[in-house]
Design a binder for this molecule. Structure first.
Ligand code: 15L
Length: 280
């Protein structure tokens, strides 16, 4: 079996993005191993099998990854949750994913998030966009787990040569639903193309990509998309009239890239570290 015929493991297969990717990648002819802690709710796509696996179970992860060429890691907690809920799936689970990848010689696509850098301010006017090599500024325990996941990729590439692509997903939904998403929206079709390009790329190394469509109002600048030859084709701009007025009215939410995740449980006296200490 050649590398391109070997199956692709998709974790988090029963979630919204997982279900969409299972259908799209199967339609592109990939053989898929699907896993999630929850049952797969759809009829199984052609060339796919599904097994329930808890990311916290290292042995089960090793077994399910056997013979796979790549792991698309969309499993784990995908929203702002208390630390104890994030710990097992997103911290311990990530280690299991990477150990399985190391053993199989598989590459990893890690579904990271804009919340790993959420406390960067939104650029106003012509201000410089944020490049992918910026500092992590997590806005939640969830965002912190995504920063950790990206660093795990850094470690496994430097130490073990496990290739990995870290996609800082903005807001991947069928359509943008508020004004922030004019900057952060990633269409399902652009994400599916990104995953297909990742599987097909001759070399990835350790790379970071902003997971957003071709949005003119983007917060984000350069990244490593050339490594996989990905170019987003959709744009949130078509939805401006529909969602342009949908803002929260919360100054913390509206100031930072991570939006409501920054404002959640926020307890600083002022809205910004810069104003308090004249420091960034
Ligand atoms: C995320 O990381 C979440 O998974 C998603 O539910 C959205 O909240 C998204 O970020 C966002 O920032 O819009």
């Amino acid at each position: 079996m050649t590398a391109s015929q070997k199956p692709v493991l998709l974790t988090g297969a029963s979630g919204n993005l997982g279900r969409m990717l299972a259908a799209e990648l199967s339609a592109r002819g990939h053989s898929l191993v699907l896993t999630d802690i929850k049952p797969f709710p759809d009829p199984l796509p052609e060339g796919a099998r599904f097994t329930t696996v808890d990311l916290g179970d290292g042995l089960a992860m090793m077994r399910i990854a056997e013979g796979c060429q790549a792991i698309l890691h969309f499993g784990g907690v995908s929203v702002d949750r208390p630390f104890e809920e994030v710990l097992d799936p997103n911290i311990r689970g990530l280690y299991h994913v990477y150990e399985a990848a190391r053993r199989e010689g598989a590459r990893v696509l890690f579904a990271s998030s804009n919340h790993s850098i959420g406390f960067h301010e939104r650029p106003s006017g012509n201000a410089a966009k944020l490049d992918a090599d910026c500092a992590f500024r997590p806005d939640s325990f969830y965002g912190l787990s995504k920063a950790y996941g990206e660093l795990m990729g850094r470690l496994y590439w430097d130490k073990h040569g496990v290739e990995n692509l870290n996609v800082r997903i903005g807001s991947c939904f069928p359509e943008p639903v508020d004004a922030r998403m004019l900057s952060t929206w990633l269409s399902f079709a652009d994400l599916a193309r990104l995953c297909a390009d990742f599987i097909a790329a001759p070399k990835v190394g350790h790379a970071v990509i902003w997971g957003a469509s071709d949005n003119p109002a983007t917060y984000w600048g350069t990244d490593h998309r050339d490594r996989i030859g990905w170019q987003p084709q959709d744009s949130a701009e078509a939805f401006r009239e529909q969602v342009g007025g949908k803002v929260s009215g919360n100054p913390v939410t509206e100031r930072y890239q991570g939006g409501a995740y920054c404002a959640s449980d926020y307890s600083r006296a002022g809205p910004s570290p810069r104003e308090t200490f004249a420091l960034d």
